[in-house]
Design a protein around this ligand. Structure first.
Ligand code: SF4
Length: 204
């Protein structure tokens, strides 16, 4: 067996594109986005992609702080959700050529020590032939995704803290410059909103 043949047996993948019948790349629970993805989209003025993102706020100590794409229910199965950028009618990704790095690397992932399959249910795994060059490209993408993911995880709590502190200071300054009458009006609005949220919770 030649060196190239040995590489081929390790990993082969060919995306089935819109012929794929499960689209696990789009229906996996989280589609991670990195700060580098944001930089690329900002430079390319893809504001519609940035508007499709949300913060993943940690709910426990083992959870993480990150960016991800918004979700939507599938029309074909409302119990399931998918990435909001999945075009269900055309069975394709609506930002195919500007996908986040986690989608470019999919289904290969790198843990910092080894390459793993992000989702074995992807039907493209084992399809086609992967040349040495294509294998290197896939591995490079997976390693790049790992580096970007780790630096985003490290930077995001600090970035979030700076932005929320800035917003709180700005709100405090805006409150200080308000007339007593406007402050009372704002207080009334907030009380009404809190009351309506409480009655909504009771009726649930
Ligand atoms: S699940 Fe795999 S084969 Fe199907 S569209 Fe996504 S990457 Fe391609």
């Amino acid at each position: 067996m030649t060196e190239t043949d040995k590489e081929k047996t390790k990993y082969s993948f060919k995306c089935l594109e819109n012929e794929c019948d499960n689209r696990v790349c789009c229906t996996r629970p989280h589609v991670n986005v990195t700060i580098d993805d944001l930089s690329r989209w900002t430079a390319q003025q893809h504001t519609q992609i940035i508007q499709a993102l949300r913060l993943h706020i940690p709910e426990s100590e083992s959870d993480y702080f990150g960016f991800e794409t918004e979700r939507k229910s599938l029309k074909s199965d409302p119990e399931k959700t998918a990435c909001i950028l999945f075009d269900e009618e055309k069975n394709t990704c609506s930002i195919r050529y500007s996908r986040p790095i986690s989608c470019q690397a999919f289904p290969l992932s790198y843990t910092g020590e080894k390459f793993i399959l992000a989702d074995k249910a992807c039907p493209g795994i084992g399809q086609g032939e992967v040349s040495r060059e294509a294998l290197k490209e896939s591995r490079d993408l997976a390693e790049q995704e790992y580096k970007e993911r780790i630096s985003t995880l490290a930077a995001l709590p600090g970035v979030y803290s700076v932005i929320t502190t800035h917003m709180l200071r700005e709100s405090a300054r805006a409150m200080e410059s308000m007339s007593e009458e406007d402050k009372q009006r704002l207080q009334d609005i907030m009380t009404k909103q809190a009351d309506s949220e409480q009655s909504d919770e009771k009726s649930d």
